[in-house]
Design a protein around this ligand. Sequence first.
Ligand SMILES: C[S@@+](CC[C@H](N)C(=O)[O-])C[C@H]1O[C@@H](n2cnc3c(N)ncnc32)[C@H](O)[C@@H]1O
Length: 249
Amino acid sequence: MTLHVDQYDEVAESYQQADLTAFRTLVEAHSLLDTLGPADGLRVLDVACGEGFYTRRFADLGAGQVVGVDSSAEMVRLGRSAEEEQPRGIVYHVHDAARMPVLGEFDVVAATYLLHYAVDLDHMRAMCDAMAANLRPGGRLLTLIPNPAMDPAGPGSGKYGFTLDWPLHPVDGDPATLNVAVGGSTVSVSLRYWSERTYREVITGAGYTDVRWHPLRVSPDAPRAFFDDYLANPHAVLVEAVAPRGGSY
Ligand SMILES: C[S@@+](CC[C@H](N)C(=O)[O-])C[C@H]1O[C@@H](n2cnc3c(N)ncnc32)[C@H](O)[C@@H]1O
């Protein structure tokens, strides 16, 4: 199934049950949380928080304030329901990241898998502006994005529970598809390919500085050989950038 409008409302529960645990824990979360560093007392805004996978991690790691934002009401419902079951003090809001108001002055804005859902460059620019407006001067944006250098004909990530497809020679705005294994079936969501140059231009255009491009890395606790195929053709990259001093919004 490939959905175009509120696609995550349709797949929220499936995504929550996706078979991604090893990859997410040993590669993705390891890379993100290692780059985040100590979370004690941090004010963290998790944009495109989904059902709260990382939102809860930030709270569990000792963040002082944690707010989650997602455009999918269904994803936010799942996040709130986990919060009711086990309260951590997380507050969730439904907003498109591009139209998100100022919700606080955060030390860190995390956006794991957001920018590629921008339908055009203005949409992506508005997301980056709204996230900057929520960061304290000098605060950090940590965003996981699809790796524009991923070769769709290279080693795939099927054995890790997902695949990402785009044309062999993609250009900005080309449609792409993420396929996620859930039990015995597959859930597909639509996104767009954007080049490294475009991501960098949009992020720096929103006033962020010190843009750093971190390849994902494997936890020392992981069975390293299992992730060799992933590291040969990683589907994602972690981008870190420092918020405008004084804000650009
Ligand atoms: C692949 S999921 C990732 C969820 C979460 N960040 C995680 O890592 O588990 C992508 C999320 O982005 C959200 N999303 C897509 N476009 C968005 C937008 N314009 N504004 C806010 N959230 C958006 C979707 O609803 C979905 O929950």
